[in-house]
Design a protein around this ligand. Sequence first.
Ligand code: 3H9
Length: 694
Amino acid sequence: MSHIVSYHVHGAIAEAVVDNPPVNATSASVRQGLAEAIRKAEADPEVRALVIRCAGKTFIAGADIKEFGKPMAEPQLPALLAMMDRATKPIVAALHGTVLGGGFEVALAAHYRVALPETRFGFPEVKLGIVPGAGGTQRTPRLAGLETTIKLTTEGGQIDVAKALASGLIDAIAEDGDLGLAALAYAEKLVVEGQGPRSAGTLPMPADDPALFEEARKALSRKMRGQSAPLKILDAIRLGYEMDFDAALLQEFALCRESIAGPQSKALRHMFAAEREVARIPGLPADTPTRLIERVGVIGLGAMGRGIVMAIVSAGLPVIAVGLDQEHVDAAMKAIGKMWSSSVAKGSMTQEAMDKRLALITTSDDMHDLAATQLVVEAVTEDMAVKKAVFATLGQVTQPDTILASNTSFLNIDMLAEASGRPEDVCGMHFFNPAHVMRLLENVRAAKTDRDVVATIMALGKRIGKLPVLSGVCDGFIVNRMLSKRSREAFFLVEEGASPAAVDRVLLSYGFPMGPFALGDLAGLDVQAAARKARAATATERELRADFVEQMVAEGRLGQKSGSGWYSYDENRKSGPNPQTDAMIAAHAERHGLKLREIGEEEILQRLLYAMVNEGAKLLSEGIAARADEIDVAMVNGLGWPSHSGGPMFWADQIGLDKVLAAIERFRAEQGDAYWTPAPLLVQYAGEGRGFTA
Ligand code: 3H9
């Protein structure tokens, strides 16, 4: 036997142990090893049952993603599971860790399942744009019914042992902690009781419920707009009603292979790999020392500061929250309490968990209290003079190696670093609003930031459940700098004749959660106007002329919060057309002598998105983003760029950089060098016939 799957016999029970780190994926050698173990157990007259177990931190967590898109060695997973179905001796799966995807399918093809109490189960294939391919859509409904199957396979979430046991997906929980012994004992009991093999394929499908499928189809088309896998998975489940078990398995595998070969899965797999890659910083070895963080300070308790406090204590880290004065502190604590109370009322948090989190927050209006912290996140008002003063004080009142991080979204952190008097301890930690919800964290390395500071904030980001991406210092870092190019084009398109609703519609159908104008209304036009004002000194005349936001703010139209912005809003914040917007655009054109024209969807899409791709290429050559992965991960998780297109840089690669460049050159001829000079890196890569991500 290979060392990847070892085989032992304990009396009448054989045991196959998979040891394929890091997650025991069903790579070719695992499939081959398990097939051999089944053959051996079947052939040995002394063996009466077989246990399949895994070494390491988890049972099989899925098919090996790295094998996708390559020719697969035999046996394929469905063929291996068919061997299990046909086995004449009972097979027991011993489960721990995360039993996911192909791993869950192996478990369900076993005849009995025993799990440790902390085990979690799920079908995350949908998140990779894939239809489960080894019986997930056929065995699950037969064991657990339609509702559980549809939820698990189309949403990709996980369930715990209690739910798995109640739904019939496992048979027993190994309460005393020794899974190996518990599984052997379970198998021995089966033998003693004369219980034989039991294939889920012999069970009938649950009663059909077309209304349930219809409801799921509608909900998924809304929630996972533009993604093909969730609907294909529903089709796969339905195969169970259209043909017999074996034929349905063949069809399911065909759908699985088709989905793996499709562009959405390719993009989602890129995202899976990129999200893990961004944790590895080029030039920063994994063993770079980190500083010990036991207590964090947050200074500035506006919306961002509060969200940051909530995010940090949610991970069990104590926080000293410092506000401007007692009134600000009280208001912040009241707001935090209100948000958590509503989670308790909704049942998504227990009162006990809320009390624990509250107990981790100490408040103060005195910066000297931050002396007891090892990291301070500054979230005071977005004003260079104010922030410089805060950093100057922080440099003095905190310990010599306390990390000082700014949550600024566009100010120059190098200047804050100098103001602190110890720039090597200064960095950025740019959270996204709402900070306790949004997963992306842009960590910013300034010119003099110490390597161990970078290692510490990357590790801390992960510790508090965020997805940290490292950026260099520039105006807007990765996300806001790229977003500013999209906003520029959106305003220009409106000046040229596209309606805001048409622009929003194009991005919505591409897969963004909302377009730039709906987003402006949501964030507040006053906020956008303030950001434009802060950047006015570097803006072009044309950018200043496109002053729609300022015009609306002057009329008290602030977006959703005032009931009127680009759109009008009813009391439930449901949007409708706004005649004032049409009138404003017409008057603006008249005032500036602008000629409006029809603009097609393709031009709208290309101008909004290619402007970002071009800026992404500049971020790469400036070293602000080390790799295209950083940009793709940041844009998908920070701006809602649809993950199934893989982020801007991967998407551009799929189109072909020569084509992207040709379109940019066309826009340059029409719109001018100031906005559409192609990034030199784009020109270079297009010439070399390569992409940003390959
Ligand atoms: C499938 O099963 C299809 C079948 O239905 C049909 C087939 C016919 N393959 O996330 P981590 C690597 S589709 C290969 O940082 P954690 C990962 O790249 C699959 N490699 O750890 C990383 O490597 P590196 C369905 C994999 O503890 C390392 O493991 N299954 C796979 O935070 C550690 O990963 C899934 O989609 C894989 N399947 O979380 C499960 N999975 O260090 C996806 C992980 O070189 N995996 N790696 O970057 C996960 O959700 C998490 O990895 C898991 C562990 C929860 C298991």
